[in-house]
Design a protein. Structure first.
Length: 278
């Protein structure tokens, strides 16, 4: 299957759903993805499925048809974008304890999660200058690439740091309306429950994440680009690939300005790892 000239369809989706047959599902998913020459990742856990895949439109449609044969995988909201080249290097299907790692066994989005705010509603909140706290749940290397206007950046190293990080928020936030967001929505499903259990009274989450905000609004109130977990590195508000690259050594995302730095040498070091190497 040849894919080029924006013929590569990228899809991402997740669903929190009890799965008690992971050992059987892993080889089935691996087989269909290999057969269709898809690349990317599928994570299966006792609490659901999380996937990011890319291939020809025909191959992706066949993968989605495969999903629909199991009622547990019906009605999965999808993020769809197109690219000129394959953004993944390989295909991996893995069993995991959690489809998004938080390390909190008491958090189950099927039982507790924040209400949703649509991209259009968040856009209107900005337009109307409403008194809300916009909270970024992503990692520091992601927020460095871009984030919402006036968003609270927790400077997380990993998502597992989120429960401890919110303990440092001002006490008055517990009575404020909080709108949290991430790239595609999956992290907020858990993060909102963590905040609700910690006593925050009005916690909501951006439905579909940043990528849906780009797709369903004009992208206003977003500053920068949006980091994505594949070789495209970052997308702009029109969902097009940008000039960001990964550092070959430390895998930090690098902007045009950082690539022009004297601390960057291709395939050797960048401003984020130069002190450890040179």
């Amino acid at each position: 299957m040849s894919v080029n000239n924006l013929d590569v369809l990228n899809i991402a989706g997740y669903k929190f759903e009890p799965l008690d047959d992971i050992e059987d599902l892993v080889p089935k998913f691996q087989s269909i993805c290999d057969e269709l020459e898809l690349k990317g990742s599928v994570y299966l856990s006792p609490n659901g499925v999380n996937f990011s895949l890319a291939g020809s439109k025909e191959a992706v449609e066949k993968y989605l048809h495969f999903l629909e044969q199991d009622k547990r995988f019906l009605d999965i909201p999808l993020k769809k974008t197109y690219s000129e080249t394959q953004p993944f290097r390989r295909m991996k299907v893995r069993p995991k304890k959690e489809i998004i790692s938080l390390g909190r066994g008491d958090i189950n989005p099927r039982e507790l999660t924040g209400d949703y705010v649509t991209p259009q509603e968040l856009h209107a909140m900005y337009e109307n200058n409403e008194d809300v706290i916009v909270l970024d749940t992503r990692n520091e290397y992601e927020t460095r690439v871009g984030l919402f206007e006036n968003a609270v950046d927790l400077q997380l190293d990993t998502f597992r740091d989120f429960p401890d990080a919110i303990e440092q928020l001002p006490e008055e936030y517990k009575d404020k309306q909080i709108i949290m967001y991430c790239t595609g929505g999956i992290r907020c499903e858990k993060a909102s429950a963590v905040m609700m259990k910690a006593g925050f009274s009005d916690v909501k989450q951006l439905e579909g994440g940043v990528l849906d905000y780009f797709k369903k609004t004009d992208g206003k109130y977003w500053n920068g680009d949006c980091f994505v977990f594949d070789e495209r590195v970052a997308l702009d508000i029109d969902l097009n690939e940008t000039e960001y690259i990964y550092c070959y050594i430390c895998r930090e995302p690098l902007s045009v300005e950082e690539k022009a730095s004297s601390d960057f040498k291709i395939n050797e070091y960048c401003p984020y790892c130069v002190d450890k190497i040179v």
